[in-house]
Design a binder for this molecule. Structure first.
Ligand code: HEM
Length: 482
């Protein structure tokens, strides 16, 4: 079998997996008893501190190699889709749930879908949808103003999840779902059920749900069926509009229309199946929701802990926005450099995707290690950004490290080790959108509110539910003292 090259040349001292350090394991269960799915990333990061940048553990009988070196991780991510891919069991789980799309696809299918999806996130598309993004941000402000007037605590993550669904569906699908004002829509809860189940099933010793359904599996089926029905409705409406106005097929106005046009493409190489269209609609809904909502919730957490940072964000907003209430374009949002730095630092410390699940497509060499085709790896992308060798005072929240020019003597700063959006050909296509969303919400909060923690003594914990969210984050908004 062909040997892929994750190293420039296989080193003379290449060894196999059995030589790697790692925690002791039980014969059949491996390390399963030590793993709590909601804390999995923390367990792996703890083992990294103990066993180093290349170690192994077992999920049941399956050996997994954990990689925590920036150089190896960047190389592995760059050499996709040919040499490495996402975990095949993850693809199976996602396909089984019916949202197989660009995130889980591989090979030619991925190439075709990726090209289409990228067309929804060009700078031009983001500029065009900026007005809608502003409208949705103002709705969120009204909701938080009402909470502030009542002195009520805010479950910020829940509100932000509605915000991100509204933004993704507006930007990618051209739809105004307005979950923020409707307040009672079950969609965000259904998406949360899907994520939590996915995270749980990755660690199941065998796919029991294919034989017997527990209450959590029945809840998942129900959530999936409701989300699917909703999305099929949306697709039907968009299809009917395209039929009414065939000229639109030549210049689709949203990703949704582009997907439908691709379904009917004459060229079989460009054509998407019915299932691929629906799968990608669901993929974008899921990929765009929790990741960005979690990041913004963590940003509010840091703002609440650091009034000095809030004050700097506010000074910047006052100077840059003048009489307008929000940035007027994506470029205007990018000029808010302090706020951008706060978002970058939040992503470094609290990456919504702290680990990546990768598999070797063929026999390969990773650093000093020989791996067989199908070998499973986990890449510690968040942990890399927490290392002193890449960032000075790495454990601290220091947004200024992202500002240029950097002050002399500011210490180590290696942006290539900031991997919250992944890297290489499969880097997150939604990163520009999520940066603008976070800047809009950061600017809105800094301009109009003081944000504080409802209970500063209560710890906010990291909880992995496929994405990594702050558990127990309740904030209070008070109208800004002018
Ligand atoms: C702060 C917010 C976000 C974070 C931290 C994040 C993080 C990531 C990461 C780590 C990956 C895997 C990259 C890799 O394998 O190299 C990814 C992939 C992806 N993300 Fe994001 N993401 C965010 C927001 C979004 C948004 C807003 C969208 C779209 C609306 C989106 C859509 C996707 C898609 C479709 C993929 C799969 C790409 C592929 O496999 O080719 N993401 N994201």
């Amino acid at each position: 079998m062909e040997t892929a090259r994750a190293e420039a040349a296989p080193a003379a001292g290449v060894s196999d997996l059995s030589t790697l350090p790692g925690p002791r394991r039980l014969p059949l269960l491996g390390n399963l008893l030590e793993i709590r799915p909601t804390q999995f990333h923390l367990t792996l990061e703890g083992w990294n501190r103990k066993y180093g940048d290349l170690y192994t553990f077992r999920l049941g009988r399956t050996p997994v190699v954990v990689v925590g070196s920036a150089e190896l991780v960047q190389r592995i991510l760059r050499e996709r889709p040919k040499e490495f891919r996402r975990w095949s069991p993850l693809q199976e789980l996602i396909d089984e749930m019916g949202f197989g799309g660009v995130f889980s696809a591989e090979g030619d299918q991925w190439t075709r879908q990726r090209r289409l999806v990228m067309s929804a996130f060009t700078p031009g598309q983001l500029r065009e949808s900026h007005g809608t993004l502003s409208t949705i941000t103002r709705r969120l402000r009204e909701r938080w103003r009402a909470s502030a007037a009542r002195g009520a605590p805010v479950d910020a993550r829940r509100d932000l999840a509605r915000y991100t669904v509204d933004v993704t569906t507006a930007v990618a699908f051209g739809l105004d779902m307005n979950l923020i004002e409707r307040g009672t829509d079950p969609l965000s809860h259904q998406l949360e059920t899907v994520f939590a189940s996915l995270n749980r099933r990755i660690f199941a010793p065998f796919p029991y749900w294919r034989h017997v359904k527990l209450p959590a599996d029945r809840a998942l089926d129900q959530a999936l069926s409701e989300v699917r029905t909703r999305m099929l409705d949306i697709l039907r409406t968009a299809r009917a509009e395209l039929d009414r106005d065939p000229a639109r097929a030549a210049a689709p106005r949203s990703l949704l229309e582009a997907l439908l046009v691709a379904r009917d493409a004459d060229d079989p190489k460009a054509r998407l199946s019915e299932q691929e269209v629906l799968g990608n609609v669901l993929t974008l809904l899921l990929a765009g929701e929790d990741t960005t909502a979690d990041t913004m919730a963590w940003m509010l957490h840091f703002m609440a802990l650091r009034p000095d940072v809030q004050a700097r964000m506010r000074a910047e907003v006052d100077a840059e926005l003048g009489d307008v209430d929000l940035p007027e374009s994506p470029e205007h949002a990018q000029r808010l450099r302090t706020i951008g730095a706060v978002v970058q630092e939040t992503l470094r410390l609290k990456s919504a995707a702290p680990i990546l699940f990768i598999e070797a497509c063929a026999d390969t060499v990773v650093g000093p290690l020989r791996l067989a085709a199908g070998a499973r790896m986990i890449l510690l992308t968040r942990q890399i950004g927490l290392k002193e060798e890449h960032f000075h005072d790495a454990a601290s929240f220091v947004p200024e490290r992202w500002l240029t020019p950097r002050p002399a003597g500011a210490g180590k700063h290696d942006p290539r080790a900031a991997l919250a959006f992944g890297s290489g050909p499969r880097v997150c296509p939604g990163r520009a959108l999520s940066m603008v969303e976070s800047a809009m919400v950061g600017a809105m909060v800094a301009r109009d509110f003081d944000v504080s923690l409802v209970d500063p003594a209560r710890p906010v914990k990291e909880l992995l539910g496929f994405t990594m969210k702050p558990e127990g984050l309740f904030v209070r908004f008070t109208p800004r003292r002018r």
